[in-house]
Design a protein around this ligand. Structure first.
Ligand code: ASP
Length: 343
């Protein structure tokens, strides 16, 4: 039986072309993408498409888009063997991270891809990215199970776990990195799957549970030399904030001045969920290492381990949407829910 793949087109550079009037890049429709990639017809795969209206630059992505994407996947889940999502690169890592937590029990590939150059441009990276994404989405193992039943990002010949990935280059084709976790697959002459690290469901028949209730009351504070108590208070103590992702230095260290830890305690006393992720691209938070980390831990700050900020945000949105109980959310934050942290 031939595989069936649904390509969901949300927008992004991959499907943009230059407006002859002002030279700006604007989205064009999916049939034009297909015309640019006739290779797709060579696969023994049925490819259907769904186009979002309006198409957006991913800088405009909001959680409501994730809810629509997750709902679409739920509604079409039984019809397709896999899903390829064409998405702008700017917020792709956020969307892939959020979807990984929203699609609990996923047993099929959901692969995000896009490009740095529009698909109509001769040197585009979009063709290669799209072709590899479709091939991987349709790939099955000897038992007929999908090779990569995860939310992932396919870019520049690599398949990366969505919630481990960040966009690190605005210019190179090698735009996305998953520094704390190995690639799920690499596309060379053959596509080499790293089966050792690909997550598979314990039960392939388990139902997909889609979490679309998101609580977005989160702020992200990147600490920096010169940060003031006033700024800290805005990020940590504002009444509309339920959780704060604190991007700390190195292995989870922060300012040791008494005013800093006092504001952390104040936020803790207000019931805020405080999550520590590192500003470093690689490595993990370890609050037991230095005195400054220890005082954060004592003040109730929870470790994000080696989580990306993008993953931390999606995880918080979903967990807080599931429960009003902050103690439960804090416990879950420290669990590896879908491959997003190593402990
Ligand atoms: N601004 C574009 C977007 O994220 C960039 C891209 O697709 O690469 O939609």
């Amino acid at each position: 039986m031939t595989s069936a793949i649904l390509i969901i087109y949300t927008g992004g550079t991959i499907g943009m072309k230059q407006d002859p009037v002002d030279g700006a890049l604007r989205p064009f429709d999916f049939s034009q993408i297909q015309e640019e990639v006739p290779e797709l017809k060579k696969f023994a795969v049925r490819i259907d498409s769904y186009t979002f209206d309006p198409l957006i630059d991913s800088s405009d992505v909001e959680p409501s888009l994730w809810t629509r994407l997750a709902g679409l996947i739920r509604n079409r889940y039984d019809e397709y063997d896999g899903f390829v999502i064409l998405h702008g690169t700017d917020t792709m890592a956020y969307s892939a991270s959020a979807l990984s937590f929203m699609l609990e029990g996923l047993a099929k590939p959901v692969i995000f891809t896009g490009s740095q150059l529009p698909i109509g441009v001769p040197r585009t990276d979009g063709k290669e990215n799209l072709i590899s994404a479709v091939e991987i989405a349709a790939a099955k193992d000897a038992d007929g199970h999908p090779m990569v039943p995860e939310v992932s990002i396919c870019f520049d010949a690599r398949l990366l776990r969505g919630n481990r990935t960040s966009k690190l280059s605005a210019e190179e084709f090698h735009a996305f990195r998953s520094i704390n976790f190995p690639a799920l697959a690499e596309a060379g002459v053959n596509i080499r799957y790293n089966r050792r690290v690909i997550r598979c469901p314990a039960d392939w028949e388990q139902p997909l549970t889609v979490h679309t209730q998101l609580d977005t009351r989160v702020s992200i504070l990147k600490i920096h030399p010169g940060i003031t108590p006033e700024v800290m208070r805005i990020f940590l103590c504002a009444p509309e904030i339920r959780a704060v992702i604190i991007e700390t230095y190195g292995s989870g260290n922060a300012i040791s001045k008494p005013w800093f830890i006092d504001i952390i305690r104040e936020a803790g006393a207000l019931g805020k969920i405080l999550l520590n992720v590192t500003q470093c691209n690689s490595g993990s938070v370890n609050m037991d290492l230095y005195a400054t980390g220890k005082s954060l831990k004592e003040a109730g700050v929870v470790s994000g381990y080696d989580s990306t900020t993008e993953a931390a945000l999606g995880k918080l949105f979903v967990l807080m949407g599931l429960s009003d109980d902050n103690a439960w959310v804090k416990t879950q934050l420290q669990e590896d829910l879908c491959g997003e942290i190593s402990k």
